[in-house]
Write a protein that binds this ligand. Structure first.
Ligand code: DSN
Length: 408
């Protein structure tokens, strides 16, 4: 690369990943093949429209790559129809809303501060500005989705769409229960599986596809593809979903990202991916149990998926201070609210931990044991600089034993 300023920053980012341990639950390391497709000549191509019906000439090969991505995605998730053009998870949700709702129609979704997502109706997001939104949460004791509340609110508010799926929820989501409630009140069911789609693809989490009218997901989290998204839907919604994406809210698709999605779907069909997805969950279970056995409470008592949240309130600590402390010592995670948090979103009482990225680097339960003790050690020795120096060297040593997929 001739641009040394940018090259230097890319190198620095690479070194930063290599020498630290990435526990951001929504991040992952895709393969070299996925990255190559992202950087391929397809980034040049304008292909507004859909295969066989484009608004530009010279789209024959773009048609082939998009059809390939669609066929692979349908095989992977067993869905009737898929749109692989949508650029992001938020835009995927937006396209679903545009397809069946009018402004001021009513959404029922999970509270943002109990695990939901901004694009599910938050006041600061387009979804909360355009639509009327009501929210369900988790039970105060079990910290599991409160289905009595979901049903009560659904009967009372008669939403047009019920959304299930979360950004910070560590337990299995019962899509059938959501579907029964949606059917009872005549609502559409949108399952946003952005976080867990890789686990769904590998059958380590139940699939929402048989129960949902619409399923949205990003492609870069547990699914380990390129930055992007996709929408799956029942056959009857195929046309309105595609129209909502283009020309409704996007122009030309990013054909390089469509190519990279095709690569990622194919990788996810392999047995190696299934082993990775199982390991992601085993790693999260192991890491949460090491941390909880050292005196930290885990929200809902543990995890069934790729992530969990540590409740720091009983230790008189905040998410903000501990996320920053961990980062200074080479462990990257994010502050996160816990259910019924007394602290504001910029401070929070929790730290969200996810295992997809480290699992992709090849780590297993043995490394989770070491890592759990490092996390606990860093928190407990936060005022002892000598100990912190030693522990951050241990973090670097652990990181240096595992390559970065797609880069090394
Ligand atoms: N919700 C973000 C996350 O889970 O990190 C992504 O939108």
């Amino acid at each position: 690369m001739k641009d040394m300023e940018v090259k230097n920053l890319i190198n620095l980012e690479e070194i930063s990943h290599k020498t630290s341990l990435n526990l951001i639950a929504s991040e992952n390391y895709p393969s070299k093949d996925v990255l190559n497709a992202c950087g391929s000549v397809f980034s040049t191509k304008y292909a507004e429209g859909y295969p066989g019906a484009r608004y530009y000439e010279g789209c024959e090969i773009s048609d082939d790559i998009e059809n390939l991505a669609i066929e692979r995605a349908k095989k992977l998730f067993g869905c009737d129809h898929v749109n692989v053009q949508v650029h992001s998870g938020t835009q995927a949700n937006q396209a679903v809303f545009l397809s069946v709702m009018k402004p001021e129609d009513n959404i029922l979704s999970m509270k943002l501060d109990q695990g939901g997502h901004l694009s599910h109706g938050s006041k600061v997001n387009f979804s909360g500005k355009i639509y009327e939104c009501n929210f369900y949460g988790v039970d105060r004791e079990s910290e599991l989705i409160d289905f009595d509340q979901v049903r009560k609110l659904a009967l009372e508010k008669r939403p047009k769409i019920i959304i299930c799926g979360a950004s910070a929820y560590a337990r299995i989501i019962d899509f059938e229960k959501f579907s029964n409630i949606a059917n009872e009140v005549g609502a559409y069911l949108l399952s946003d599986i952005a976080h867990i789609s890789g686990l769904v693809a590998a059958n380590v989490h139940p699939s929402p596809v048989p129960y949902s009218d619409f399923v949205t997901t990003t492609t870069h989290k547990t699914l380990r593809g390129p930055r992007g998204a996709m929408i799956m839907c029942k056959k009857e919604f195929s046309k309105i979903i595609d129209k909502s994406v283009f020309p409704g809210m996007q122009g030309g698709p990013f054909m390089n990202m469509v190519a990279a999605k095709a690569v990622a779907y194919n990788e996810a069909l392999n047995d190696e991916f299934k082993s990775y997805a199982k390991q992601v969950v085993n790693n999260a279970k192991k890491l949460s149990s090491v941390i909880s056995s050292n005196g930290f409470r885990i929200v809902s008592g543990g995890t069934d998926n790729h992530q969990f949240t540590i409740d720091l309130s009983r230790n008189n600590l905040t998410g903000d201070e501990i996320a920053s402390l961990l980062r200074k010592n080479g462990i990257i995670a994010n502050k996160n609210g816990i259910p019924y948090d007394n602290l504001p979103p910029k401070i929070t009482s929790g730290i969200r931990i996810g295992t997809p990225a480290l699992t992709s680097r090849g780590m297993n339960e043995d490394q989770m044991d070491i890592l759990g003790n490092l996390i606990v050690g860093i928190i407990n020795n936060r005022n002892d600089n000598n100990m912190l120096n030693k522990l951050s060297n241990d973090v670097k040593a652990l990181a240096s034993g595992f390559k970065l997929p797609g880069v090394d």
